[in-house]
Design a protein around this ligand. Structure first.
Ligand code: PEP
Length: 254
């Protein structure tokens, strides 16, 4: 049984005080959700403060990106995975489509960052997903398969225990368009098959695959009812504690 993961990507929103306020509002609302993992990803500058304020709770902290290096060095503007651990992170999001589209992230840098994150003891949430043009051209699965093969290249079976995959179709992120549950299931099954081919079926059966793209309180249950959907990476709807808590507390029987 794979434990669901609900992760909130706060992107470049919230000053430190707002981030703390949201986290503190969230904490009691999700305090009983112990059969799922809860992760929030504030901006770098708020990581330490927010992680201190949720310490001892069931909320884990992720960064939204990391450097490819772990050792100290002349890398102006970069933040290493070790530094993220130092700031209270347990997770890091790697290869989000906004970083791929606008900040030059490549499959190769995703692979290096993933390895650096793992070497620092972080869980890496590795994002993959096709653009609308790629889907319309019938290439969605090929694109995602290739992102996975490159991004996870060289990872051992033990490494894969600290990998979470987030499938986020680019056309569904921040657009209000959600993949249908069937589209999500088909791609999640393809992701699991790709991982079975590269790392074996034991790894593939265990790896959590999150869906991301306009997840809201009113579509989480139907998405989570798909057999290969193991959680969600949530952007917009994670910014508000009430709406994020409703996603976290989704009830399969409702
Ligand atoms: C995201 O940022 O990863 C995301 C899925 O955003 P949204 O939920 O707003 O589409």
């Amino acid at each position: 049984m794979r434990k669901p993961v609900i992760a909130g990507n706060w992107k470049m929103f919230k000053l430190i005080a707002d981030a703390v306020e949201t986290a503190l509002e969230l904490k009691p609302k999700v305090a009983n959700a112990n059969d799922r993992e809860i992760v929030i990803a504030p901006v770098f500058t708020a990581l330490r403060t927010v992680s201190d304020r949720v310490d001892g709770s069931n909320i884990r902290i992720a960064a939204q990106d990391c450097a490819v290096q772990n050792e100290f060095g002349a890398h102006t503007g970069e933040v290493s995975p070790d530094m993220l651990r130092d700031a209270g992170c347990t997770h890091v999001i790697i290869g989000h489509s906004e970083r791929r589209q606008f900040y030059g992230e490549t499959d190769s840098s995703v692979n290096k960052k993933t390895k650096a994150a793992l070497s620092a003891g972080l869980v890496a949430i590795v994002c993959v997903g096709e653009s609308l043009a790629e889907r319309e051209a019938g290439n969605a699965e090929t694109v995602v398969k290739s992102q996975l093969e490159s991004g996870l290249s060289g990872l051992t079976v033990a490494d894969m225990e600290r990998i979470i995959i987030a499938y986020e179709p680019v056309w569904a992120i921040g657009t209000g368009k959600t993949a249908t549950p069937e589209q999500a299931q088909d791609m999640h099954a393809a992701v699991r098959k790709t991982i079975a081919e590269s790392h074996g079926s034991g790894v593939a059966d265990k790896v959590r695959i999150l869906y991301g793209g306009s997840v809201k309180p009113d579509n989480i249950v139907v998405l989570m009812s798909q057999p290969d959907v193991d959680g969600a990476l949530v952007g917009g709807a994670s910014l508000d504690a009430e709406s994020f808590s409703r996603i976290v507390n989704f009830d399969r029987t409702s």
